[in-house]
Design a protein around this ligand. Structure first.
Ligand SMILES: NC(=O)c1ccc[n+]([C@@H]2O[C@H](COP(=O)([O-])OP(=O)(O)OC[C@H]3O[C@@H](n4cnc5c(N)ncnc54)[C@H](OP(=O)(O)O)[C@@H]3O)[C@@H](O)[C@H]2O)c1
Length: 358
């Protein structure tokens, strides 16, 4: 049965989790995407750094910010070998370049843990990237799908010497799977919402709470692009574990970090910022510290009791989603669906024009 080892909760700090599972970090090679000093990518990296990994690879679109993060980590934990890699997740071209660079590093032959934490949120207007995809879906999901699949040979190599399940891909999600579902017929949000099939319509109550007026009459909603990307990342975890757990011992899970004051809303329109402020004042959400916000990613990456997702209470894939350091069955059934995971895998391979099998 998939489970967690400790009673960690919403107040647990990532450093405490890393200490509890120190042996799963020591000597390992770990990648974290999206590391900026004010975000939870940084405290995720910091927690790993505290337990002496062999290599800690920080991947991001802005080399100066990565260097800033590395010097902060070096001053605290000087003995770790830090590496930086320029990874711009917003186009497949730049993702392929980053993966090729990582694959070429002969002195880093294996990768034990990948934490896909980078994201953009609430882009005010629909942006279509050079691959023809909506930017939040492209960056948060397709970018991580392609990067993880391309570097898989290094994970498979690591898994040969690791206990079953110790090699991990952690896809950082959000509460989106508890309130949104895949918009299969309209990934780029071109259709008017009310004209979509019932099963693909956005959750209008949520969008109103986030400041939208008349969301039924609109096509692009800033939050919906983000939701799509995060539901897709959860389905990606399910598809990865299905392909890789029994065969190689590679596990993938998807944590929601909680609500943390970071730079994530840097692009959000004013009306969304006002709505977020109102929800915080009404205590709809309770904010976590950066360290608490990365604790669930650490449990997801390290807890040896986590295993292959299973069916529970009529929902599939219990164990694929975690929040507040524990497994949670809160996501909607469609976001935990094995069939949905396979459908998305096929769609994703078409979108990146490459098939992956290992
Ligand atoms: N904060 C919350 O309340 C909350 C809630 C739910 C889920 N999450 C999730 O937690 C994760 C971390 O978010 P955060 O709150 O720490 O936000 P953040 O401070 O905005 O960090 C996001 C990181 O992603 C990077 N990034 C953005 N676009 C990129 C691209 N095209 N290529 C590569 N990297 C890119 C950013 O790089 P730059 O620094 O260069 O911009 C930054 O390092 C995200 O997956 C987010 O969805 C956060």
């Amino acid at each position: 049965m998939t489970a967690t080892t400790h009673n960690f909760d919403q107040s647990t700090d990532a450093l405490e989790v890393a200490k509890a599972f120190a042996e799963r970090v020591h000597g390992k090679t770990i990648i974290v995407t999206g590391v900026n000093l004010k975000g939870i990518g940084f405290t995720t990296a910091q927690a790993f750094a505290s337990q002496s990994p062999a290599h800690l690879i920080l991947a991001g679109r802005n080399p100066a910010k990565i260097e800033e993060a590395i010097s902060a980590l070096k001053s605290e934990f000087p003995d770790v070998d830090y590496r930086s890699i320029k990874l711009d997740l917003s186009t497949q071209r730049t993702v392929r370049a980053a993966a090729a660079e990582l694959l070429s590093w002969s002195d880093v032959p294996t990768v034990d843990i990948v934490v896909n934490s980078a994201a953009v949120m609430n882009l005010p207007e629909r942006i279509i990237n050079e691959d023809g995809l909506e930017m939040q879906f492209a960056t948060n999901y397709i970018g991580h799908f392609l990067f993880s699949c391309l570097i898989m040979p290094k994970l498979i190599k690591a898994a040969q010497n690791n206990p079953k399940g110790a090699t991990r891909i952690v896809n950082v999600v959000s509460l989106s799977p508890t309130m949104a579902q895949m918009r299969w017929s309209d990934l780029n949000q071109l259709k008017i919402n009310k004209d979509l099939p019932e099963a693909e319509q956005p959750n209008y109550t949520t969008h109103r709470a986030w400041g939208e007026t008349n969301p039924e009459e609109k096509s692009y909603l800033p939050l919906e692009g983000y939701n799509q990307s995060k539901v897709a990342l959860l389905l990606f975890s399910i598809a990865l574990s299905k392909r890789l757990y029994e065969k190689y011992g590679i596990l993938s899970v998807a944590p929601h970090p909680g609500i943390i004051d970071t730079e994530l809303s840097r692009d959000a329109p004013e009306y969304v910022m006002e709505a977020i402020k109102g929800m915080m004042e009404k205590r709809v959400f309770t904010a976590k510290t950066l360290g608490q916000g990365s604790a669930t990613s650490l449990v997801s990456a390290l807890d040896p009791k986590l295993g292959l997702p299973e069916e529970k209470d009529g929902k599939e894939n219990y164990g694929a989603f975690l929040l507040d350091c524990q497994i949670s069955n809160l996501p909607l059934p469609s976001t935990l669906s094995s069939e949905g995971a396979e459908r998305l895998w096929t769609m994703s391979e078409e979108l990146v024009k490459e098939k992956f099998s290992w």
